[in-house]
Design a protein around this ligand. Structure first.
Ligand SMILES: [Zn+2]
Length: 463
């Protein structure tokens, strides 16, 4: 009884406290705003993000989850954070499947024999050793395939020809992407023995775009590949002759026993609220054919550099945590594991954001924060205005890796990048360091230091 009484008094007092802290609109300290402005200018001059991106893509290169290169990337991440003077550096295990690409080829057998350039989709099963040969059945979209009659693709290779549209928002990915995400399962349900899709990409190079495809339990797993855009154009012209078109597809892949990769984490400890975390980061892994420069070494470079620049100026009041997520490409394994491992720390994650949109300029700032804290986002926008950043009305999602944390309740912002060039090289052999424009990368860091600095030093909460 007595205990209950004191507990309720205490509860009341706490409630009053939090009420009063909400009632007074907490301004961002003037010094923080000045420091953020200085940081912005420093970031525009700094080559740190570029140096980090060059280091990862050159010293490790491609880093498919579960491979030796992936292990090297984890070591690289630990060493990089340590050498930059982060206060705490550690890694957390993530259990993953391991898939390897061994061989991929395709040819039209009839009516006009010729080779086509393909890339096996991530996770694809193999064809028989000498490939499989079958008639092509063409669909304009995954919706057309899914609404076709049962058995429509019996013993055939399904070809989905939908083209991804180029747009600065990257919205074409959402339209065209499902052909890759679930096309193999959808085609198998109609009786198909193989799937080829037009690459989910906006270029006209003979560089096909890979990316993960998923199968469904209880549905036959069929081999799946993407044609480069010019090869898809060629197949479209062949099909326009309305003659029976047959293709030979040979995909050889290997699934190794499950392995362990890691989320690599570094922290700058906060001076006043060390238990409260501003969480940022990118993903450490990449596809196997390029060197994962824009996806996502640049995101690692941007966020590590932002944290480092802030720490160099003055210790942030809250802790800044940088997470290099493992195994994003094959199914957000690191992001999901992080949310599980840190579920009891959810309330300590004051706000978070991931950089996983390449190296193009930040165009807009989105957020998912309380109405009471929107004025802090307004202050961020004021400081970002000289960088050309405007408000986005979209709700921040935390991107792939912080998505599970945001869905659990972590507030987030999104530094929305220009996707115009991104989907030309996304998941292709052309995702290499030379594609990064140094000034645009620096502009990213300049926007990130503003977000992180204000979030770390403003005393209020975002939810
Ligand atoms: Zn990515």
């Amino acid at each position: 009884m007595k205990k209950q009484f004191w507990t309720s008094i205490l509860g009341l007092a706490l409630a009053t406290l939090s009420l009063s802290s909400n009632a007074v609109s907490q301004e961002v300290p003037e010094l923080t705003l000045q420091q953020a402005e200085q940081l912005r200018e420093q970031a525009l001059e700094s080559t740190l993000a570029l140096d980090i991106t060059a280091s990862l893509t050159t010293e490790v290169g491609a880093r498919l989850p579960g491979t030796d290169a992936d292990k090297k990337a984890v070591e690289w991440g630990m060493a990089k954070l340590q050498s930059l003077g982060f206060d705490k550096v550690w890694k957390e295990p993530v259990s993953i499947p391991v898939w390897l690409r061994l061989h991929e080829s395709a040819e039209v057998i009839a009516p006009f024999p010729q080779n086509l350039i393909i890339s096996a989709l991530g996770g694809s099963v193999s064809t028989p050793k000498n490939g499989l040969e079958a008639e092509i059945i063409h669909f304009d979209s995954i919706e057309a395939l899914e609404s076709s009659a049962d058995g429509s693709a019996n013993n055939k290779i399904v070809y989905i020809s939908k083209r991804m549209e180029k747009h600065s928002s990257g919205r074409g990915y959402g339209d065209a992407g499902p052909a890759r995400f679930r096309g193999a399962a959808s085609a198998a349900k109609k009786g198909a023995i193989g799937l080829v899709i037009r690459s989910i990409g906006t270029d006209s190079q003979r560089s096909p775009h890979t990316g993960v495809t998923s199968y469904e339990d209880g549905v036959t797993k069929i081999p799946a590949a993407a044609l480069s855009n010019p090869d898809a154009d060629q197949l479209d012209r062949i099909l326009a002759h309305n003659k029976t078109t047959t293709m030979r597809l040979n995909i050889q892949t290997e699934v190794l026993p499950d392995a362990t990769t890691y989320n690599v984490i570094g922290e700058i400890t906060g001076s006043e609220r060390p238990d409260e975390i501003v969480a940022i980061g990118g993903h450490l892994d990449s596809w196997d054919q390029g060197t994962g420069a824009v996806d996502d070494a640049s995101g690692i470079g941007i966020t590590v550099a932002a944290a480092k620049l802030i720490a160099q100026q003055q210790r942030p009041k809250r802790t800044i945590r940088v997470v290099m997520f493992g195994a994003e490409e094959i199914g957000v394994f690191g992001g999901k594991q992080y949310a599980l491992d840190h579920a009891d720390e959810l309330a300590k994650h004051i706000i978070g954001a991931e950089s996983d949109g390449g190296a193009g300029k930040v165009l807009a700032l989105s957020s998912s924060v309380s109405h009471e804290s929107l004025h802090v986002v307004d202050e961020m926008l004021k400081l970002m205005a000289p960088l050309g950043v405007v408000r986005s009305s979209a709700k921040a999602t935390g991107s792939a890796d912080f998505g599970p944390m945001v869905r659990a309740g972590m507030p987030a912002v999104g530094l929305v990048q220009d996707f115009t060039p991104y989907f030309d090289i996304h998941h292709t052999p052309d995702d290499t360091f030379d594609k990064i424009v140094p000034e645009e990368l620096a502009q990213n860091v300049a926007a990130w230091v503003i977000f992180v600095k204000l979030a770390a030093d403003w005393p209020g909460r975002f939810n």
